[in-house]
Design a protein around this ligand. Structure first.
Ligand code: PEP
Ligand code: MN
Length: 480
């Protein structure tokens, strides 16, 4: 029996569906006026950039590239400063260099950045000093300060401007040669003490510099290669607060229509249309809807109910999208999620971000891979080795062990290989700073070291050195 045709999608059709992890504001009028304001502000990214990422993720799904996605668990408004942004960019660039060199594949970089403010929580309340208060839901909802947990709609506006400022600084850095391989700012190792890492990393940089020098001599560098002085870096966040996401969801003329308009030539439609023309000018059948708050958005493991508001919202946007997949996902449920989100079977339209835990991946991943292999969907398979491996240290700190993280990645690679599938990406919670939030790695951080520089507002992140360690480990496993 064929399933009934889906009902028409609109940017607000999610409102008729049950919603999880919702935020309730005590002043709905204030919320509405903030949302109206956000809806009039310019987009943060463009539809052509999003289309470029779609094309890259198709390559990833088809095995021609690898995906590296990473950043903070909860981005704070305070991280919107030059040093924090540069450090994050630097670690992602260095990790991607190690991966490209080791795997001999292009790497698509997506930062959990410039909008990763909203957090789902396991409990809406927490107890602080014997008092029950609302949990911290991310800087775009309430404050980390226990005295200030009331959801404040003005924080949504603030989130927009912090995202804009972060995106602007990333663009500025990349446009002004921050990622130029010939310049040291982004590529020099920081205070990495481990000799083996220093040696391996330097060997890559030397090898690359030699290769580029050679191509320069034979005149190949200028004519045949894409620009070597910059890179693509895409932004992403969990699209949890649908009110906000809707306000940045804009109609964009369909590519086909643009082509037809161009072909019509003078006297026909104009060939060029601005990224966000006023809605009234566009008949709905002539436009696609893009979430212009980020290039890539994902649905968390707690909000991916088949009949829920989030799946409904996501199915209508053209952005490439992610779905977190944990142990509670049934195999047939996963297939139905893909049927809804990827009705055209477009390779890379959906990235499945699996996060089971090192001890559970063997039970769940094979079932999920086989179920998807039996369909025509070709998602990107990406491993999030962080969220299933969170524990509490004797000091009371939320932490993750480096070995469990590596364990889940290596199991994921092996299981995919065994089933004729392919792990095509990793999704990591990391920071470019020297925090002490996860144990292990080449620095051999012990549980007793955690209090030394524990900074996270939410989940524990891999620090700079641990992140580089991971990149080398992945590159080495793929090289074999
Ligand atoms: C996250 O990525 O920070 C997160 C909450 O993950 P998950 O939805 O997989 O639990
Ligand atoms: Mn997290």
């Amino acid at each position: 029996m064929s399933s009934p045709a889906p009902e028409a999608w609109t940017p607000d059709s999610w409102r008729s569906r049950p919603i999880k992890q919702d935020v309730v504001y005590d002043d709905p009028a204030e919320l509405s006026s903030v949302l109206e304001r956000v809806a009039r502000l310019p987009p943060l990214v463009s539809a052509p950039e999003i289309d470029r990422l779609r094309a890259h993720l198709r390559d990833v799904a088809e095995g021609r590239a690898f995906l590296l996605q990473g950043g903070d668990c909860a981005e704070s408004f305070d991280y919107c400063n030059p040093e924090a942004i540069e450090d994050k960019l630097k670690i992602l660039l260095q990790m991607s260099l190690v991966l490209i060199w080791g795997m001999r594949l292009p790497v698509v970089r997506i930062a959990r950045m410039a909008g990763q403010y909203a957090k789902p929580r396991s409990s809406p309340f927490e107890t602080v000093n014997g008092e029950q208060i609302m949990s911290y839901r991310g800087d775009n909802v309430n404050s980390i300060d226990p005295e200030n947990r009331r959801p404040d709609p003005q924080r949504l506006l603030s989130a927009y401007f912090h995202s804009a400022s972060t995106v602007n600084y990333v663009r500025l850095l990349l446009d002004s040669g921050f990622a130029d391989i010939n310049k040291p700012e982004a590529w020099d190792l920081g205070h990495v003490r481990n000799k083996e890492i220093r040696r391996e990393y330097q060997a890559i940089v030397n090898g690359l510099t030699d290769a580029l020098g050679f191509m320069g001599v034979i005149g190949a560098a200028d004519s045949h290669l894409p620009a070597l002085n910059t890179v693509d870096l895409f932004t992403s966040h969990e699209a949890l607060l649908l009110d906000y996401e809707q306000a940045l969801t804009r109609p964009v003329p369909k590519a086909q229509w643009q082509k037809a308009a161009a072909a019509a030539g003078p006297g026909g439609h104009r060939a060029y249309e601005p990224a966000t023309p006023p809605r009234k000018q566009l008949a709905p059948e002539l436009c696609d809807w893009y979430n212009l708050s980020a290039h890539f958005v994902w649905i968390g493991d707690r909000t991916r109910q088949l009949n829920g508001a989030h799946i409904e919202y996501f199915r209508g946007v053209r952005n490439p999208i992610g779905v977190k997949v944990g142990p509670s996902m049934e195999a047939d449920e996963l297939v139905r999620v893909l049927d809804i989100l990827d009705p055209d079977n477009e390779p890379g339209r959906v990235t499945l971000i699996t996060r089971y835990g090192a001890g559970k991946i063997g039970e769940f991943l094979p079932v999920h891979v086989r179920a998807v292999q039996a369909t025509a969907h070709r998602p990107v398979w990406c491993c999030d080795p962080c969220h299933g491996n969170t524990t509490t240290a004797p000091t009371g700190h939320k932490t993750r062990s480096f070995d469990a993280i590596i364990g889940e990645i290596t199991s994921s690679i092996a299981i995919h290989r065994e089933l004729g599938s392919r792990l095509s990406g990793v999704h990591l919670e990391l920071t470019g700073e020297h925090v002490t939030e996860c144990t292990g790695g080449s620095q051999e951080l012990a549980p007793a070291d955690l209090p030394n520089n524990y900074q996270t507002f939410c989940d524990p992140r891999l620090n700079y050195e641990q992140s580089l360690d991971i990149a080398f480990k992945i590159a080495n496993v793929f090289r074999r």
